[in-house]
Design a protein around this ligand. Sequence first.
Ligand code: AN0
Ligand code: CP
Length: 333
Amino acid sequence: MKLFTSVHDVPNIKQLIADALALKASPYAQQHLGKNKTLGLLFMNPSLRTRLSTQKAALNLGMNVMVMNLDKEGWALETADGVIMNGGKAEHIREAAAVMGQYCDILGLRSFPKLENREEDYSEDFFNKFIKYCGVPVVSLESATRHPLQSFADLVTIQETFKKISPSGGDLEGARARIPKVVLAWAPHIRSLPQAVPNSFAEWMCRAQEESMLDFTIAQPTGYELSEDFTPGAKISFDLDEALAGADYVYVKNWSSYKEYGKILCTDSNWMLTNEKLKLSHDAKVMHCLPVRRDLELSSEVLDGPNSLVIHEAGNRLWAAQAVLKTMLEELR
Ligand code: AN0
Ligand code: CP
């Protein structure tokens, strides 16, 4: 694996999940892999979880790590070709990326969309140019359209926690186990947020559904349909209560409209998950990538309640990142 920018870069998701869970059981067993190897983590936007979990993952593998807030600490970057650089931008991405590739064996990059021009954001121009010019393997720390380290950790969390139970609820020995029903549920927010997390979650869940690992539904208000490129085979509902019926996992997330690009079309608080709504589900576990706005996006009674998986899920970001870096390091040798 020379790139980790989407689920399409992963030949075998079940193997990668097994790797993550093996690393969780023995975090330091692969320290030899990262000896004298350097990871560079570059952020154009804020981060808590991605920054710390990926850094720790690299340290667990024996790597050296350098972290840079590129937006604030680096030179302003030009990405367009064929321009005379007589404006405010001091350095071209061609040189900047190539130079960082000289210092690092693997690079990670976070770059959010501007949410102004859909074609521009969805072209992933900045990310693709960075990959092209840096010359080393690249891990996405969230691009304009995807957040694969998050979605992979989410799938690990579902696989790890789902108790194989019978359709009637009792334990089954030797009988057919059922698969979990996973619902991606849109939630309200006051800011215009990217589609990266839901796009990526949908893409990973659709792949897992293809492999008969789970059943996947997306619930959203009208106008919030994601690009169909990310949702092949997903069931689509415009009614949260209906979607929650029988759900084993509810993945709560706000996103802005893809169709009316970047717009906030709904602020209806009936889309916020509460304990009352959770009763409609199959005692579902509740997930969120974090950061979450309490009682706007997700009720504090659910966040603080027994069904919340959010801290466990954030903890698994470490093992997901470590599995990805391990796979890349094995191929560097
Ligand atoms: C970002 C987003 O929705 O893409 C990052 C999530 C990991 N969230 C916010 O900006 C609140
Ligand atoms: N979930 C997530 O990626 O969090 P950060 O933005 O804090 O890295």
